[in-house]
Design a protein around this ligand. Structure first.
Ligand code: MTE
Ligand code: MO
Length: 368
């Protein structure tokens, strides 16, 4: 578990480098201005649905302008017998499917890794939940006449550039296996919480891959191609991988089971009364079946109550009533378990690129 020794102030000594926790004028905790990257503020990590303006933003390039998207159409081509070009109105003709989905950036909590790794120093706010509305991708794929030999579906964003300085320019590109692309829960979304997508979240149309880390959910889609070979590009091969000790690379795909404590906040001072410890828990492998809470740094555990809406791909709210028995410093931790029996680990696995940081995160409080 991340080192957590409560100081007199009740703050964790693990937090050495100060990170900005204050929302900026647009309401997000800023990480970068261009490309725009910002986290959902801590205070919003209590609500089940994230208000659209406070949904975290993670861009690799500058994003398209409204002029860029004015004459937008989506092209579906490649190894197909019936190439299509669809406008947003065409998509609206299909029955709309809505699904609550929690999206988490693979680099969420990167700033907790010790030793520190380069990359956006996310705290715990690169995760948000919305009800996404759109058309199942498989519905569209069923119209294009997929020819034999197709093994993957490639998604191309309108955004591009040098992924890192010195690397050849490319568009934002990600693929899915044909199997995964045909999963009826994979959406081509044009709505977020009942509103049209905003530009920063991928207007006019984006992919949403439930249960996978955010990098798979390509924004500003301009082309979908059926391909006959495995796709490889910077953001699928050089990034979003975990480098194994034997030199192989494991792609980062489904969200690993995790929880966060919404209240109390680290460093808080509590009275010696009954308190409602609350939080959220999620997993890409299905419903959360159990959340346990410890007020002694993980020595003893009690079950929290699962509350609120319960959906396969959205996080689960939980709470736990706690009455401290004496004054002093307490280290509160929570850990989640999903329906497949995956249990949130006490320790995140350190990796050079800083992905999948799902170890339990202690919150230190003072009881006075
Ligand atoms: N076209 C495009 N799609 C993209 C990205 C991007 O930079 N360009 N970033 C990805 C990453 S890493 C994440 S975590 C999610 C974030 O989606 P959001 O900004 O709507 O929260 O979008 C994904 N889709
Ligand atoms: Mo991400």
């Amino acid at each position: 578990m991340q080192q957590c020794t409560c100081t007199e102030a009740g703050t964790s000594t693990a937090e050495k480098e100060p990170l900005c926790t204050q929302p900026n004028e647009i309401g997000l905790v800023p990480i970068e201005e261009d490309p725009l990257i910002g986290e959902t503020p801590q205070g919003t990590l209590q609500s089940w649905l994230t208000p659209n303006p406070l949904f975290y933003v993670r861009n690799h390039y500058s994003f398209p302008t409204s002029e860029d998207t004015a004459s937008w159409k989506l092209v579906i081509d490649g190894n197909v017998s019936n190439q299509l070009e669809l406008s947003l109105d065409d998509f609206r003709q299909y029955p709309k499917q809505t699904l609550p989905i929690t999206m988490e950036c693979a680099g969420n909590n990167r700033s907790d890794l010790q030793p520190r790794v380069p990359g956006n120093p996310f705290q715990n706010g690169a995760v948000s939940t919305a009800i996404w509305g759109g058309v199942p991708l498989c519905e569209i794929l069923s119209k294009v006449g997929i020819k034999s030999g197709s093994i993957e579906v490639l998604f191309e964003g309108m955004d591009g550039g040098e992924p890192i300085p010195g690397v050849t320019k490319e568009q934002y590109l990600r693929s899915l296996t044909l199997d995964m692309a045909n999963n009826p829960n994979v959406l081509l979304a044009y709505e977020m919480n009942g509103e049209p997508l905003s530009l920063e979240h991928g207007y006019p149309l984006r992919l949403v891959v439930p249960g996978w880390y955010g990098m798979a959910s390509v924004k500003w889609l301009k082309r979908i191609s059926l391909i006959t070979e495995k796709h490889r590009s910077f953001f699928q091969g050089d990034r979003y991988i975990i480098e194994e000790d034997d030199g192989t690379a494991t792609p980062v795909e489904d969200i690993q089971v995790k929880s966060l404590i919404s209240w109390p906040q680290a460093g808080g001072t509590l009275t010696q009364q009954s308190h409602n410890i609350s939080g959220l828990a999620w997993s890409g492998s299905g419903h959360i079946n159990r959340v346990q809470v410890s007020s002694d740094g993980g020595d003893t555990w009690e079950d929290a109550k699962l509350v609120g809406p319960r959906y396969e791909f959205a996080w689960q709210q939980w709470n736990y009533s706690w009455t401290p028995t004496s004054k002093g410093h307490y280290t509160i931790v929570a850990r989640a378990e999903d329906e497949k029996g995956n249990i949130q680990p006490m320790e995140s696995r350190w990796n050079r690129l800083g992905y999948v940081i799902n170890g339990v995160k202690p919150v230190c409080v003072n009881v006075s």
